[in-house]
Design a protein around this ligand. Structure first.
Ligand code: DGJ
Length: 726
């Protein structure tokens, strides 16, 4: 492990504190360096490659550029509003006496080793004119090159403080040119990438959807310093805001052409009142710096996520047979029993019962009614859920269930009983998203209700093996009937969601739960603390999924990315299967409609996935050939020991010209000195690999010269296993 360094050093029993000077938050390859002097605003003086000699941080100028800085704080580590700042602030408040100005000077800092390989630096700031304190927190995951950064605000003023803005992080990058890769989309069109050079002014990425960060725009982005983001070279900062609600990321090219990034909860309609002696903690911005392109940045995030963030990130995953697209709402006990048997026949680990199993007075036979009434529908399921759990177990497969506990249909007993639990405005026409409204999770009674739904199910059915936690609606008419602070609703909703998940995780620490929201609305590292995986999109057309999963893979590891074979798309079953197998593999098909070959192929693919799963889930991902600039996409997972690689390639163009791979693909991430064999797997019954005979190649050869996976229109998807030869 790389030794950690402190500058300057004043040792105090396990904790390193410093009075002033350079504060370096270092990881294995990167450093975020601040300069702090008592009574002054701390400045960011470096964010990039770590210097070999930490003493040289002292030589860094306050401002790297000769341009004017009339305020002297363009590079402020946490920019305040209402005083001499001229740029986008990170924090804006009105003090209890009505003063709307803020200055935050350095007071003290300390760095602690909080766990093996994790250093937490906290920097205390104080307003010289008011008893208001802000602490900046930087948690450095040294080996993974990831920094988790947030702030906390407290005060001892005579009355409440009004906070108009309270960002998590205020980054400062001093390249000559800055490029942004960000994402947009909508239902079934998630994660569409766009890249551009940032020009003077402010570019804002944000969400105002309330229940989720994404639908239109996820809180994930990359910055290329001095050049567009490239896979294998150049300085890249990859970020995700760990917050499952409204967020704002403002990227400002300042007058000196530095890039200032202010990221946090969206200040939109969210003025927050903070009582004296209370503390407000912001969510964290997760970021990693790479000097060698987005490939390494992604691998940093993946390693960090698996080891430190995602629930059971180092564990295994179960394959699912989901009934959603097989039945939609139209099922009964007999039909489900047959599907359960089909799941077993296929070889899936879990049969997952989707939407439509509940509601009696208002049966859930379509998406207009029943949401909120979590009692099994007596007509469809006369013997309840317990019977199905047992039925599954008797057939040698586990049972999982769909829930959407944060939502309600107006046509439900819950709505009739508790209209005050619903987010809506009494003087506005209700406006629905998928015919439903959102429950007010800022209300502790609603939190209890949501916790209770899951707890009851799990208490009654202790062997229930899986939950799909859906969240389809966004918040319209954002008004709480019970929250004493109307402008707290958006923030308190997300905090309420996390409170419920905390309670659930205390009682059910390891139960696999999928984070779903009619697509990739909740793919953020705030929620993923409590979930084992997420559903990237309802769009499972494999061609679209190649691009989406490619983009999600920039930020999230394969183990988190639900990928099912369905009937979306026109591609053959092999292609659909090969695409799903690069993620967390599962099915949403009618098994009884598979012919003999299709069934055998799918059964074998599930067995194969069990063999390869470890490398796909826990290996390092190398994106080899981009689908945007080639006829095919190619990517490979390499296990930590570099003994096995699982290599996926997919044709993405229908053109007859220049079709396919044509020439060798240079592999990445192997050990140059190790010899590898290459074998094709997941062949469709009756087909043979065109790769021919045996052979072995050094990692050096495969990474220098490459190997042609022979992707052609007749071999539109190819999975190869690259294994160390014994
Ligand atoms: C949206 C999800 O993404 C689907 O997979 C399915 O669970 C439906 N909701 C059910 O209503």
């Amino acid at each position: 492990m790389t030794p950690f360094r402190f500058i300057p050093l004043v040792v105090a029993a396990g904790t390193l504190t410093a009075s002033a000077g350079e504060i370096a938050i270092e990881t294995k390859h990167s450093a975020l360096v601040l300069r702090a002097e008592t009574g002054k605003e701390p400045l960011t003086i470096h964010h990039g490659k770590r210097l070999a000699d930490p003493a040289e941080y002292a030589k860094l100028p306050d401002r790297p550029k000769t341009a004017d800085d009339p305020s002297g704080i363009y590079g402020a580590a946490y920019t305040t509003a209402g005083s001499r700042n001229l740029l986008e602030p990170a924090i804006q408040v009105t003090h209890s006496d009505g003063d709307a100005s803020l200055v935050l000077n350095y007071e003290s800092h300390e760095t602690k080793q909080v766990a093996e390989g994790i250093q937490l630096t906290t920097i205390k700031l104080v307003d010289p004119a008011h008893p208001l304190h802000v602490t900046l927190h930087y948690k450095a995951y040294v080996e993974e090159d990831v920094i988790e950064q947030w702030s906390s605000i407290s005060h001892e003023e005579a009355g409440p403080l009004k906070m108009q803005k309270y960002a998590s992080a205020n980054l400062f990058l001093t390249g000559k040119h800055h490029y942004l890769t960000h994402y947009h989309g909508d239902w079934a069109r998630e994660m569409q990438a766009e890249s551009e050079e940032l020009t003077a002014g402010i570019k804002v990425l944000d969400s105002k959807l309330g229940t989720r960060a994404n639908l239109f725009q996820p809180p994930s982005f990359m910055i290329g310093v001095n050049g567009p983001v490239e896979e294998d070279r150049g300085e890249v900062l990859a970020c995700n805001l760990a917050w499952t609600g409204n967020y704002q990321i403002a990227l400002e090219i300042d007058p000196a052409r530095n890039l200032r990034v202010i990221a946090g909860i969206n200040p939109y309609a969210s003025e927050y009142t903070l009582e004296p002696k209370k503390e407000f903690t912001t969510p964290a911005l997760i970021h990693t710096w790479s000097g060698t392109g987005s490939g390494d940045a992604s691998r940093n995030l993946h390693r960090w996520a698996r080891k430190h963030r995602v629930l059971e990130g180092l564990g295994k995953r179960q394959t699912l047979l989901n009934n959603w697209e097989a039945t939609y709402f139209d099922f009964n006990e007999d039909k489900l029993t047959a599907l359960i048997k089909d799941g077993k026949k296929l070889g899936s680990d879990v049969f997952l019962l989707d939407d439509g199993w509940f509601g009696n007075k208002f049966p859930r036979n379509d998406d207009h009614a029943g949401l909120g009434d979590w009692e099994p529908n007596k007509l469809k399921l006369p013997h309840g859920i317990g019977h199905l759990v047992k039925e599954a177990e008797a057939n040698g497969i586990k049972f999982g269930i769909w829930l959407e506990p944060e939502m309600v249909n107006p046509k439900s007993e819950l709505y009739t009983k508790h209209p005050e639990w619903v987010i809506q405005s009494a003087n506005r026409e209700p406006h629905y998203y998928r015919n439903q409204l959102v429950l007010d999770l800022s209300n502790p009674e609603v939190q209890d209700f949501v916790f209770g739904i899951v707890d009851k199910l799990l208490t009654e059915n202790p062997t229930l093996a899986y939950i799909k936690w859906d969240c389809n609606a966004v918040i319209f008419n954002a008004k709480s009937a019970t929250n004493p602070q109307p402008s707290h609703l958006y923030v308190d909703y997300v905090k309420g969601f996390y409170t419920v998940m905390e309670r659930l995780r205390q009682k059910y620490p390891a139960l696999p739960i999928m984070l779903c929201s009619g697509g990739g609305g909740r793919a953020d590292y705030g929620a993923l603390k409590y979930f084992t995986e997420f559903w990237p999109s309802d769009n499972t057309d494999p061609l679209d999924r190649i691009y989406m999963q490619w983009e999600y893979s920039k930020f999230f590891p394969a183990i988190t990315m639900g990928a099912h074979v369905t009937n979306w798309g026109k591609q053959p079953l092999k292609y659909r299967t090969d695409v799903a197998m690069m993620g967390k593999y599962g099915h949403d098909i009618v098994v009884s409609e598979l012919d003999e070959k299709e069934l055998r192929f799918t059964q074998d693919s599930l067995k194969l996935y069990k063999e390869l799963g470890d490398t796909v889930w826990h290996g390092d991902l190398y994106r080899l050939v981009s689908p945007y600039t080639n006829d095919f996409a190619s990517l490979m997972y390499v296990n930590e020991a570099k003994k096995e690689g699982v290599w996926f390639s997919y044709l993405v163009t229908g053109s007859r010209k220049n079709l396919g791979s044509g020439s060798p693909v240079k592999l990445k991430g192997l050990d140059p000195a190790t010899r590898y064999s290459i074998r094709e797997v997941n062949l469709y019954p009756g087909t043979k690999s065109s790769l021919g005979g045996d052979g072995s190649w050094s990692g050096d050869y495969l990474m220098t010269v490459g190997f042609n996976p022979q992707v052609t229109k007749d071999r539109a998807s190819v999975i190869l296993v690259v294994s160390e030869t014994k």
